[in-house]
Design a protein around this ligand. Structure first.
Ligand code: ZN
Ligand code: ZN
Ligand code: ZN
Length: 147
């Protein structure tokens, strides 16, 4: 059991259950985003009777508390990703190989000003996911084109 997870879960008043720890463990040892079904397949090795709804529920609870992040793919499939970076940032998501990179840039201040000035509103939160192709995939594609 990873003590870091226990600390995170405890600080968020989430009960430390073997399943939650296992889900976090799977996601943390994976550099790309995973679908609930893929997590389920791996979980079944450890918890033979675990059902997919349990996986969905746990993933939802963990993402509601920002322990893991949701990745919405244009293919409409939902994925989850664990990022150790706890400061505010966004993700550059490769649609091909599922690589995820941190973007340590956020135009929140400008958005806030814009919303205040032009819409007379107040920003509470925002969601930003940048989709594209990572440099490895672009290189591969370039090589393919050369042949
Ligand atoms: Zn890629
Ligand atoms: Zn990140
Ligand atoms: Zn932001």
């Amino acid at each position: 059991m990873n003590t870091d997870f226990s600390t995170i879960l405890r600080s968020l008043n989430l009960k430390i259950t073997p399943k939650r720890i296992a889900i976090l463990d799977i996601l943390m040892n994976e550099s790309s985003y995973l679908s609930p079904e893929e997590i389920w397949t791996r979980m079944k090795k450890q918890f033979r009777s675990v059902g997919l709804p349990t996986i969905y529920r746990n993933l939802e609870e963990l993402s509601e508390r920002n322990i893991i992040s949701k990745v919405t793919h244009p293919n409409r499939q939902l994925y989850y990703y664990f990022c150790a970076n706890r400061s505010h940032h966004h993700h550059f998501v490769c649609l091909s190989c599922r690589n995820v990179e941190d973007i340590n840039f956020c135009a929140l201040d400008e958005l806030r000003r814009e919303v205040k000035r032009k819409h007379n509103g107040k920003v509470i939160s925002h969601i930003l996911q940048v989709n594209g192709y990572c440099r490895n995939c672009l290189n591969k594609e370039g090589k393919d084109n050369e042949i």
